[in-house]
Design a binder for this molecule. Structure first.
Ligand code: WTA
Length: 630
């Protein structure tokens, strides 16, 4: 725990050290881990290619740092508390020793299925402890896991399987969602129609009827039976990939963000312990899904590396009633609670009544992640959930950053509603204007970049390094560009303003507008479409689609719901447009570019000042769109 920041001056001291002597700083943090071989150099990098290496030539296995290094000291400690969707079902508690044995056993199963170091394994599972076992078993043998959010469609799953050429899929028969049962395995079967996957291992969760294909599909409980619970961890290079996680970008195709082993390990543990001020014995709960980066870094890797007790919740905040989060906090005496603004706003809409039966007196720290938190939601969270004594850590980061980059240190950094406050040690931010000039000093606003590498940063995009270079390292020379707008106020505090590219953030989930457009355009009657985000009270941003289509012989309402359903089927329910307007044309410039700025304004309902429309090919179309808006 020597790397813990305890005071504000301690934070400034550490931050300063991390900038003036980054290699010494990170070497000191990394020294507390177990390396099979120490590094030759702490960091080697350039942001031109880009080529970033941390703990160069060091050898390790991340699971040995979770287990072997610590079992003697705290093997009996609870690693995972699992709370099922159905409140009547028993929760589970798994100790570090038990988790270790399950991970080793499942690692042996993977090996027996011919999975080797470097092979890709897709995990398409709901929030059950076996999902964490699956991740860690992959890491144990050096297979690269790629988790696909269990709410994604068969098509989205198939795209990801094919992009990374996965050899195996780990999944369940079904999945509980509120009072519904979702047929997970059936989606896997659909996705596998055209793929090279050799084995599918199915954990029985709901007991619903499924098809099992002889020779390809195996039951989890059958393949693990009698298998040894000891396994010798594979030796990994610090820069060997640990996982691929697909995320949306400005262009249509999701990209596979690649994270590597050594740096990711060091940074997730360090940031977890410091941001949340976790102490041994505390119960920590992050409500994200393991299908997102937050689940990777702050349900599984960060907390388990820190020897924390991490709670996994299978359900949703409103089932069986909107008091469920608060019931779980009291039941398991949660000390640190980490959720998304969209969940806070959704629960806020029910008022404070659902909170009344609960004490919530175990809480010490509250966290927020995934999208900007508005001041009202921040205050509600602070007052009604944290009873005005729990600091809120508004943590800004991204799939690509691997860990939290800007956040208060709980209870140490003075907070300000809606501000992510200050960068963590090691994070050198820069704000740039559109011409690429760095804006120094305070009270400035621009695009957020990072100018020095940090251990858990993206290394490449799977199978397409050029895309990584173009997307993140080409906008501003020598800088990692985040895609977010930011303001640094008079105190030097950072406030994230949201995406400046064609990515929208719906309920904290990233969605590329082009991805949604591609799905809409699959409909045979659709001619063209344009998708933008608009402010949505609960979701943060909603999806607004403008669609040109052939309406002969069809009623508009019918067509609209058909197209919306089709998007849900192609990508997943989270991508379903909230509003879909059929339009006679789209505002295009003479060069054929859609002027999204205008479409955003119309979607927001702010048509008083549309700015300069003189470059439009047909300015009249804008009036028609405004007139047709419902
Ligand atoms: C947004 C989630 C404001 C931001 C960890 C970023 C935030 C994108 C915050 C990444 C925050 C995340 N305040 N905005 N505290 N946290 N974002 O990859 O726009 O799913 O670029 O990673 O979410 O989303 P991603």
């Amino acid at each position: 725990m020597s790397d813990r920041i305890h005071t504000l001056s301690g934070y400034f001291y550490e931050y300063q050290k991390s900038v003036t002597e980054p290699e010494n700083f990170w070497a000191r943090i990394a020294d507390s881990f177990h390396w099979k071989k120490r590094w030759d150099k702490v960091v080697k990098w350039n942001f031109e290619e880009p080529n970033v290496q941390w703990f160069v030539n060091a050898k390790l296995n991340i699971t040995e740092n979770i287990f072997e290094k610590n079992l003697f000291a705290y093997g009996d400690r609870t690693a995972i508390i699992w709370e099922p969707s159905e409140p009547g079902e028993d929760s589970r508690s798994i100790s570090y020793q038990e988790l270790y044995e399950q991970v080793c056993q499942f690692a042996n199963v993977l090996l027996s299925k011919g999975i080797q170091k470097g092979d890709r394994v897709i995990i398409y599972m709901p929030m059950i402890p076996e999902a964490a076992v699956a991740m860690l078993a992959c890491a144990r043998i050096g297979a690269i896991h790629s988790i696909v959010f269990a709410g994604f469609s068969a098509t989205a799953l198939a795209d990801r399987i094919n992009d990374c050429q996965a050899k195996a899929i780990l999944t369940t028969d079904g999945n509980f969602r509120g009072n519904k049962k979702i047929a997970v395995k059936a989606l896997v079967d659909e996705a596998l129609e055209k793929s090279s996957v050799e084995s599918v291992i199915v954990y029985k969760r709901t007991g619903q009827d499924i098809q099992m294909q002889e020779g390809r599909d195996f039951w989890w409980h059958e393949v693990t039976e009698g298998v040894s619970t000891s396994n010798k961890a594979e030796t990994m290079d610090s820069e060997d990939p640990l996982f691929i996680l697909y995320t949306s970008g400005s262009t249509g195709k999701p990209k596979g963000v690649v994270h590597t082993t050594g740096g990711y390990m060091v940074y997730t543990k360090y940031s977890f312990e410091n941001v949340f001020q976790y102490s041994p014995g505390d119960v920590y709960w992050c409500t994200a899904d393991i299908g997102w980066i937050t689940g990777h870094s702050y349900i599984v890797y960060g907390p388990l590396l820190a020897g924390a007790t991490t709670l996994m919740f299978e359900g949703v905040p409103t089932y069986p009633d909107p008091g469920r989060f608060w019931a779980v906090i009291d039941k398991h005496q949660v000390n640190q609670f980490y959720t998304a603004p969209t969940a806070i706003r959704a629960l806020q809409a029910y008022g404070t009544e659902p909170l009344e039966p609960y004490k919530l007196d175990s809480l010490k720290v509250l966290g927020s992640v995934g999208e900007p938190i508005n001041e009202e939601a921040w205050k509600w969270y602070y007052t009604h959930v944290g009873k005005s004594h729990c600091p809120i850590v508004d943590t800004w980061w991204q799939t690509e950053t691997g860990g939290i980059l800007v956040s208060p240190i709980a209870g140490i950094t003075p907070t300000k509603p809606a501000f992510a406050t200050l960068p963590l040690p090691g994070i050198q931010l820069a704000i740039l204007d559109p011409e690429g000039n760095e804006l120094t000093g305070n009270s400035v606003e621009g695009n957020l970049c990072v100018k020095f590498p940090w251990p858990s940063m993206i290394r490449t995009t799977w199978g397409d390094h050029e895309r990584c270079k173009q997307t993140y390292f080409s906008t501003y020379k020598g800088m990692y560009f985040t895609g977010d707008g930011v303001k640094r106020d008079h105190d030097g505090y950072y406030r994230i303003l949201g995406r400046v590219d064609d990515v929208i953030n719906v309920s904290g989930h990233r969605m590329g507008t082009a991805e949604v457009e591609n799905a809409i355009n699959e409909h045979p009657l659709v001619i063209e479409s344009a998708v933008v985000g608009y402010p949505h009270e609960i979701k943060g941003q909603g999806i607004y689609a403008y669609v040109i289509c052939d309406t002969t012989n069809r009623t508009e309402d019918n067509l609209i719901s058909e197209i919306k359903d089709m998007v849900a089927k192609i990508i997943g329910p989270i991508a379903k447009p909230d509003k879909l307007q059929i339009v006679p044309g789209l505002p295009k410039t003479r060069s054929g570019k859609i002027m999204r700025r205008i479409l955003r304004k119309v979607a927001e309902g702010d048509t008083s000042n549309l700015g300069d429309t003189s470059t439009l090919l047909d300015p009249e179309v804008v009036n028609q769109i405004i007139a047709g808006k419902k």
